[in-house]
Ligand binder design. Structure first.
Ligand SMILES: [Zn+2]
Length: 434
């Protein structure tokens, strides 16, 4: 044992590791018992195994230990043969309808600055389950809420009396686009005022500040600004000056994108924002696509079958869209249809992100469902069950979908992966502003 620790320390020094060697006794006794009956050869093998186990144990972190539990939970759900893998649409609908029937519980005050997000997540989830589930009354109430936050018709803040914010403006426009111009709400949107405000948060380096004077600058801001501008047909050269270079500089050595140029770890959310923005700009060919494909493919785990958002982190249902949506955009633009294993992704969504007792979809087994995960897990299911192509690579609204061969259907609505909205709805909205 002492010899092995010495050996681990020697290898650690050789590799220049900064972490302390942690001494742990790793199930020594069973090996000793086995060894009594084994011949010399087996002794050598056992010693090798023991040495490797000690070295592996040294690498343990909170995340690797947590992942062992997650794998255990997922594998038992994935192999439960009596449970059929199907989307419990009627069950989840109850959870979404609930948002219109009751006051949200006090613990949700943490989302006070994200009120338009809740409108979008709930409405979009219903529309993905079936567009028929969105009633006129729901549309009226969504519009009433959005225009109570910004009676001028935009830009939008996170709630009444809050400063306009890029994320809140994006979520408001997404929610309003799903309202199908009932009550003429699309004509109440003030394009000119939104455009001038977008210019006011634009940065010289090509990024966008989420909020005038005080917000942060990263690829999320770029995506929110470009989505809104393209949907409202106010995307000018002036608005995207230096933005292409800003995004190119966010792709790092891993192949995915960080939040800011040159300095960040690649992340599923930032990667989606960068790739969708590049698609809107018609500039996907300006980045390293093979490295991006590698990065996306290696975010899907063999054991849990779903995606994680960063190298060596835990699987999470929302990355079914953040990474899966990135893969769907790449597919639409002709960069390959086998970047992920669609059937395995579908298994993770249907077996690990649904609970038999509680409606709504969740991050992973053991977590509670919420509106955010319900929206992005359903969006992940949509990009898994459809295959995408684009008629005109300069027009992201020309993306179309058809059922993916070899993947069972849950009758979910096909979304446009660039906007995470039903294909027809977002196309109608953009046409209205042409
Ligand atoms: Zn998540």
């Amino acid at each position: 044992m002492v010899g092995e620790i010495r050996r681990a320390k020697f290898i650690g020094n050789l590799l220049g590791r900064r972490r302390e060697i942690v001494e742990q006794v790793v199930s020594e006794e069973p090996y000793k018992e086995d060894q009594e009956d084994d011949n010399d050869n087996d002794n050598d093998n056992d010693n090798d195994v023991e040495e490797i186990e000690i070295l592996m144990k040294e690498q343990d972190t909170e995340t690797t230990e947590a992942r062992a539990h997650v794998i255990n939970d997922c594998v038992s759900l994935l192999t439960a043969v009596n449970e059929k893998a199907e989307l419990k649409s009627d069950f989840h609908r109850q959870y979404l309808d609930y948002a219109f029937q009751i006051k949200l519980p006090p613990q949700m005050t943490a989302l006070d600055a994200s009120q338009p997000w809740i409108l979008y997540w709930v409405l979009n989830s219903l529309a993905m389950l079936s567009e028929d589930l969105v009633s006129d009354e729901m549309r009226r109430r969504i519009e009433e809420k959005a225009f109570a936050i910004s009676p001028e018709g935009g830009p939008f803040g996170g709630g009444i009396g809050q400063l306009p914010h890029l994320a809140a403006t994006y979520a408001s426009i997404e929610a309003l686009s799903s309202c199908a111009n009932s009550n003429g709400s699309w004509d109440k949107i003030d394009k000119k005022s939104i455009y001038n405000w977008l210019l006011s948060v634009k940065q010289e380096n090509g990024g966008f500040k989420t909020c005038y004077s005080v917000g942060e600058v990263d690829t999320r801001g770029v995506y929110c600004a470009l989505s809104v501008a393209s949907m409202l047909n106010i995307l000018t050269d002036e608005l995207v000056e230096n933005t292409l270079q800003y995004l190119i500089n966010c792709q790092n050595y891993e192949g995915g994108f960080g939040g800011c140029p040159f300095e960040d770890e690649a992340h599923g959310g930032y990667t989606f924002c960068a790739v969708a923005s590049l698609a809107i700009m018609g500039a996907l060919d300006k980045i390293n696509i093979p490295k991006l494909i590698d990065w996306c493919a290696t975010k899907q785990y063999n054991e849990e079958k779903g995606f994680c958002g960063r190298s060596n982190k835990l699987v999470d249902g929302c990355y079914s869209f953040w990474v899966g949506g990135t893969v769907a955009i790449l597919e639409a633009y002709g960069y390959g249809e086998y970047i992920m294993n669609h059937n395995e992704m579908r298994e993770y969504i249907l077996r690990c992100c649904q609970d038999t007792k509680r409606p709504g979809l969740r991050d992973k087994p053991g977590k509670n469902p919420d509106f955010y995960h319900t929206n992005y897990v359903l969006a992940g299911l949509s990009v898994v069950e459809y295959t995408f192509k684009i008629d005109n690579p300069k027009d992201p609204f020309s993306i179309s979908a058809e059922p993916r061969k070899g993947v069972p259907s849950s009758n979910i609505t096909a979304i446009n992966p660039v906007y995470c909205l039903p294909i027809d709805l977002v196309k109608n909205f953009a046409n209205h502003f042409k």
